[in-house]
Write a protein that binds this ligand. Structure first.
Ligand SMILES: [Ca+2]
Ligand SMILES: [Ca+2]
Ligand SMILES: [Ca+2]
Length: 452
């Protein structure tokens, strides 16, 4: 009866990679004091963290000017005086002057005049910069997907190092929103660990278990807990990890058993149930090789209720699995890595919409997984891990723009992605779609000023 199983069972090929790459964080291998020291450093120094322009606010009496490099210092000084301005500071090496403008002049007027001068390369306001939001979660430093500073992936010396800022720009976007708790992300998966310290306060309802036909969606596998943490772990609670959508809630729905597989019928029912029970976003880190009209109709049902559906492309370096391949109704997500490269195992094809990091992603594991003496966190790889980054972003967009249609949110996510493989595959391509998602571009409004 092998064939029957192959046809009708949802393959969680995703789980395979997930298990193979699963790495244990034991209390004995992580120095808690080190984590706390690191934490204090982050809080007190903000070292190495990015600055961002929050609003176009600038010093009212100063501008920054760069003169042509061929000009001598005395000539530049004389030019500044000729504008009845005063040098406050010259930034060495960059040769940028911070100057005090005359009292009777606005910054805009002064910039207009300076920018007419052929000796000036450019002049701009001295904007105020703001620190991006950095959560205090102890393991945030391992979450290169959210903020990649070129750290060792996995935090162990000898691990490969990431490429700085090959990440989804989470810290910049959290300045804009951390999500609204009325926005619900349905995690249709193996269930969730309801007692997990980074999830227990994030759960919207006890959900449903379609695998066992009961209302207890407890995770007896591990996959669903990991996926849920990525999308929406409790964040800035000094515990564990950070999630993409800090304040959004999780609706756990179990459709795969302890082996990590389940019937399409369970997923079909779950999608319908999620759409009717408050979900704004549905995360499907699962799929099978076979198309199914019934599965497609379930997607259509949720899509027409303006639920954003995000689905994993699969991990076999082959064609995109179902339901991700249902182009009209969901975002299909492939996996990138800590260098913004595509992973070699990620599925590809014209249905791919975007990529998100899926290689060695830290997230929650059920407390029983490593046992009570370990931290309930671990690293996993797969498009299963890439997908909830996108679901979290969809929930944040919905949080600040609840009036947007599902199709509009999908387009925001597509069109704000970074085309990180533009050198080889400019534009939309079958490996990473429109690109690796960029939360800052998707969430922070672009402010244009100074144009005359
Ligand atoms: Ca946390
Ligand atoms: Ca698609
Ligand atoms: Ca491309």
């Amino acid at each position: 009866m092998k064939t029957k199983k192959t046809i009708f069972i949802l393959i969680l090929g995703l789980v395979f990679v997930f298990l193979v790459n699963f790495k244990h964080i034991r209390k004995s291998t992580i120095n808690q004091k080190d984590s706390i020291d690191q934490l204090n450093k982050i809080q007190s120094l903000n070292s190495g963290l990015p600055f961002k322009l929050k609003e176009q606010k600038f010093a009212p009496d100063q501008v920054l000017v760069k003169f042509k490099p061929t000009l001598s210092d005395p000539f530049v000084e004389a030019t500044i005086s000729a504008y009845q301005s005063k040098r406050i500071k010259r930034i060495p090496k960059l040769n940028i002057y911070q100057i005090q403008i005359p009292e009777n002049m606005t910054v805009e007027e002064m910039l207009f005049i300076l920018n007419q001068n052929p000796d000036v390369e450019y002049a701009e306001p001295n904007y105020r910069a703001y620190i991006a939001v950095t959560p205090n979660d102890a393991f945030f430093k391992y979450q290169y997907a959210l903020y990649n500073k070129g750290q060792e992936i996995g935090g162990i010396p000898g691990d490969p190092k990431g490429k700085p800022r090959a990440d989804i720009k989470a810290t910049e976007s959290w300045e804009e929103t951390k999500g609204n708790e009325s926005i619900i992300i349905a995690i249709i998966d193996t269930g969730i660990d309801f007692d997990h310290p980074d999830l227990k306060d994030k759960i919207y309802s006890s959900g449903y278990d379609f695998a066992n036909e009961d209302s207890d969606a407890t995770d007896d596998h591990g996959h669903g807990t990991h996926v849920a943490g990525i999308a929406s772990a409790d964040t800035n609670n000094s515990e564990g990890m950070a999630g993409v959508a800090w304040n959004c809630k999780i609706l756990p729905i179990k459709v795969m058993d302890e082996e990590g597989s389940g019937y399409y019928s369970w997923a079909i029912e779950a999608i319908r149930w999620a759409a009717d029970n408050g979900a704004s976003v549905i995360n499907l880190s699962l799929g099978g090789d076979e198309p199914s009209k019934a599965l497609e109709e379930a997607l259509q049902y949720a899509f027409e209720k303006d639920v954003v559906i995000v689905a994993a492309a699969g991990n076999e370096a082959g064609s995109v699995i179902y339901p991700a391949a249902y182009d009209a109704y969901c975002l299909a997500v492939s996996a990138s890595d800590y260098n913004d490269s595509r992973t070699e195992w990620s599925n590809y094809g014209p249905e791919i919409d975007v990529a998100a990091p899926g290689e060695r992603i830290l997230s929650c594991v059920p407390i029983w997984y490593w046992g009570p003496d370990s931290f309930p966190y671990g690293f996993g790889s797969g498009t299963s891990m890439a997908t909830p980054h996108v679901s979290g972003l969809a929930a944040l967009i919905k949080s600040i723009k609840p009036w947007l249609k599902a199709s509009e949110i999908m387009n925001v996510i597509r069109y704000t992605a970074d085309d990180v493989n533009a050198d080889s595959y400019p534009g939309n391509d079958e490996y990473i779609g429109y690109g690796r998602i960029n939360m800052e571009k998707a969430l922070v409004p672009i402010k244009i000023s100074g144009a005359k």
